[in-house]
Design a protein. Structure first.
Length: 80
């Protein structure tokens, strides 16, 4: 059950991160996939910094931060 919830939060965060990033990111499908991976990165990053990310809002915030970070890194490689 947690795995499905993790994917849903990752998809939402990928959509939000694509809207926040200048240029709209890489398209809806890639943004959603990067949102799922960004959820893992955001959770890891928040854990390293000692920021609690429990509950739906905390997980969504960590996932959005991770997705934005991942979209930013991916956009650096796209321009070259």
């Amino acid at each position: 059950m947690y795995f499905i919830w993790f994917i849903v939060i990752g998809i939402i965060s990928g959509f939000v991160a694509g809207k926040i990033m200048r240029g709209g990111g890489f398209g809806i499908v890639v943004n959603l996939l990067l949102g799922i991976v960004g959820g893992v990165i955001g959770g890891w990053l928040f854990g390293l910094l000692g920021i609690p990310s429990g509950g739906v809002i905390g997980s969504l915030a960590a996932s959005i931060v991770g997705a934005i970070l991942l979209l930013w890194i991916a956009s650096m490689f796209r321009r070259t």
